[in-house]
Design a protein around this ligand. Structure first.
Ligand code: FE2
Ligand code: FE2
Length: 236
């Protein structure tokens, strides 16, 4: 495995423990969650520009941890390409890292098996609200992650979930994380399908630019990804 960036294996273990705590109905361990997010942001800075680091595969860390770390790294790379302020980049990394934490409270893991049944799909659609609740209870540093958790499956055109009475554009952070999260999900293998090659994922996302995805951010994301190595670099 490449050692271009520091290993995130300990952070992956800590994230797995955080997930188990939330799954058991306990509060988000805020200090540990903050520390893990900080370590991921630092690792990203250590990797330097133009690198899309990848964590260990889901077979090692479990699918939730792998997906969350990959999405956070992708969001950080994207935010770096946009030349955002380092504090903003760190906030976006944390938001992406915990965007799916609500999955621990729905009783269904969408990353593990085949396509969800209608009842399981109802549970999937609940994870943004469950995640926002968990994060809001964790205090002030988790306010932006709570917004992003709530909005990261909302589309620009008012579709997506959760249902909301007044359609409105999601927060900038949510629109950015949505793109990084979708790209990460598509380029990861699932038990029910192989990973999409990055080019194919970008082409599919581009066809939904302006509806599912913010067009300006989507354009910037595609440009940023084209300057990265065609195959992701493993962290571990
Ligand atoms: Fe999600
Ligand atoms: Fe996700």
């Amino acid at each position: 495995m490449s050692t271009l960036v520091p290993t995130l294996l300990e952070e992956a273990r800590a994230l797995g423990w955080i997930h188990e705590e939330v799954k058991a109905g306990r509060p988000l361990p805020a200090l540990e969650a903050h520390a893990v997010a900080h370590a991921v942001a630092l690792a990203l800075r250590g990797a330097g520009p133009g690198v899309l680091p990848r964590t260990a595969e889901a077979s090692i860390t479990g699918p939730f941890v792998a997906h969350s770390l990959n999405a956070a790294l992708c969001a950080g790379v994207f935010a770096t390409a946009l030349r955002l302020d380092p504090d903003v980049i760190s906030a976006l990394v944390m938001a992406a890292l915990f965007a799916d934490i609500g999955q621990a409270r729905t009783g269904f893991d969408p990353l593990a098996g085949g396509p969800p049944t209608p009842e399981q799909w109802d549970k999937v659609r609940r994870h943004p609200v469950e995640g926002a609740r968990v994060l809001l209870q964790a205090g002030t540093p988790f306010e932006l992650p709570a917004v992003v958790a709530y909005e990261h499956h909302m589309a620009l055109d008012g579709t997506g979930y959760p249902e909301r009475p007044v359609k409105r554009p999601p927060h900038f952070a949510s629109r950015l994380v949505r793109i990084a999260d979708a790209f990460t999900a598509m380029t990861e293998p699932r038990p029910r399908r192989p990973a999409h090659p990055p080019d194919a994922a970008l082409a599919q996302m581009d066809s939904e630019s302006g509806t599912a995805f913010d067009p300006e951010l989507m354009h910037a994301f595609a440009a940023a990804m084209q300057h990265l190595p065609p195959r992701p670099i493993a962290v571990e």
